[in-house]
Design a protein around this ligand. Structure first.
Ligand SMILES: Cc1cc2nc3c(=O)[nH]c(=O)nc-3n(C[C@H](O)[C@H](O)[C@H](O)COP(=O)(O)OP(=O)(O)OC[C@H]3O[C@@H](n4cnc5c(N)ncnc54)[C@H](O)[C@@H]3O)c2cc1C
Length: 396
């Protein structure tokens, strides 16, 4: 089968490339923050860039026009996602969370007012959401969550604790899963809310990640009062919205392009690095390792294309998203290992050392890749989903 993009799609890819060449700030390139490495400075730069992207209609290009989108085809959306990822543009996981996971769910279940309030602002690049799902005793078994929401006159009152909340210290709103009925089976008493992170009673505490950066948080809710309008969808039916949002979460389509960039850098490094009278690239073991990850990355790219194709046909990816997430997270770990083997001991040096290679990008990627098979549901959970929904195996 020949996967070819139409001429008009190739022209669009070129337009995106030219735009990115002009618009990615030089300072961002110098800072070179990898995944989970945002700082105040890089965050400010990326928010500026995201607003520019929003003005062009490219932050949420496939959204309906009435909510600020361009109704762009999913193939073009895929091309845009690939180019943004490959170029290393200032658009991180916070945009994925907001644009591709939270607001599509609000579009499905929210009121017209909620769509106007949140979706249109997200499409302009004006809003960032964080996810309030996990708790100290609810991760893989998310339905065990205990954060409690009760009604009080015309408000809801929230009490409880969330954890691992990515970029909760920068986000404007939290997409919160909480228990609204404790007296029914655990999946039946959950509801979804939008909570302004500036509401009194919210305390955000940093959790420092493996890269020694602040990307995660614990978030505490102490008698936090929100308007009743902030309930999204039907009360106590939140589990089903959550499942939908998690399917969106697992269906990222730009991941192969990030890997592609890393593989190309490693190939270039191998070609340029002298060793035993030749270059590293002459070593058949190294060639084999690089060819192996390059082939696997093509497999991942096809998985991403399959998901984009499903969206274009109005289908909802479910176990297909889990397959791509599982394969992608295991591949990035393998890629990290291959990269560290090729770079040898120099690969362990961090930014700031004059001997660091490739700006320590491979080492930083190697470290952050460990978390890839955990966030959004661990690889064991993805395997369970593939087994049950994909292969139809029995639950017990
Ligand atoms: C990079 C990253 C970003 C994150 N961002 C957010 C965020 O923004 N918001 C948020 O709410 N959460 C976030 N999380 C949390 C994430 O969703 C949880 O870590 C994840 O769901 C796993 O839950 P847990 O950590 O409680 O592990 P546990 O559920 O305690 O699992 C521990 C181990 O047991 C295994 N296990 C558990 N149950 C089963 C089972 N039924 N079958 C087989 N194996 C099982 C797991 O696979 C795992 O290996 C993030 C996590 C990471 C790593």
């Amino acid at each position: 089968m020949d996967f070819k993009f139409a001429d008009e799609e190739e022209a669009f890819r070129e337009e995106v490339r030219q735009w990115l060449k002009k618009e990615i700030p030089q300072r961002w390139i110098e800072l070179d923050p990898g995944i989970w490495e945002e700082t105040e400075e890089s965050w400010a730069l990326s928010r500026q860039f995201q607003r520019k992207l929003g003005q062009k209609g490219w932050i949420a290009p496939a959204y309906p026009k009435e909510y600020g989108g361009l109704e762009m085809s999913h193939t073009k959306r895929l091309i845009l996602a690939e180019e943004l990822a490959y170029s290393g543009a200032p658009i991180g996981i916070e945009v994925e969370i907001t644009v591709n996971w939270v607001t599509p769910t609000i579009m499905l279940y929210g009121t017209e007012k909620q769509k106007k309030d949140y979706v249109t602002r997200v499409a302009k690049g004006d809003l960032i959401f964080c996810l309030g799902y996990s708790e100290p005793d609810a991760g893989s078994d998310l339905a065990a969550l205990q954060t409690r929401v009760v009604e009080d006159a015309d408000e809801y009152v929230i009490n409880g604790q969330k954890t691992w909340c990515s970029y909760g210290h920068y986000a404007d709103y939290c997409w919160l899963a909480a228990r609204t009925d404790p007296d029914v089976p655990k999946h039946k008493g959950i509801s979804m809310f939008v909570v302004d992170m500036k509401t009194p009673g919210i305390t955000v505490r940093p959790l420092i990640n493996i890269l020694n950066r602040h990307s995660f948080n614990e978030v505490f809710f102490d008698d936090v009062r929100i308007p009743k309008d902030n309930l999204v969808g039907e009360k106590n039916m939140g589990w089903y919205q959550l499942a939908m949002a998690l399917d969106f979460e697992r269906s990222s389509i730009g991941t192969a392009a990030i890997n592609q960039r890393i593989i190309e850098e490693l190939v270039q490094y191998a070609k340029e690095t002298k060793c035993n009278g030749g270059t590293l690239a002459d070593d058949p073991l190294i060639r084999n390792e690089l060819a192996g990850v390059a082939v696997e990355n093509e497999v991942l790219r096809m998985m991403c294309y399959r998901i984009a194709w499903m969206y274009s046909k109005g289908l909802h990816p479910s176990y297909e998203s889990s397959m791509s997430m599982l394969f992608g997270s295991e591949l990035i770990r393998r890629l990290g290992n291959v990269g560290m083997r090729i770079l040898g001991p120099y690969g362990q040096l961090d930014v700031g050392s004059k001997w660091a290679v490739l700006n320590a990008r491979i080492m930083r990627m190697y470290l952050s890749s460990i978390s890839m098979g955990v966030g959004g549901g661990s690889n064991e959970i993805q395997r369970n989903i593939i087994a049950m929904r994909g292969l139809g195996l029995p639950r017990q």
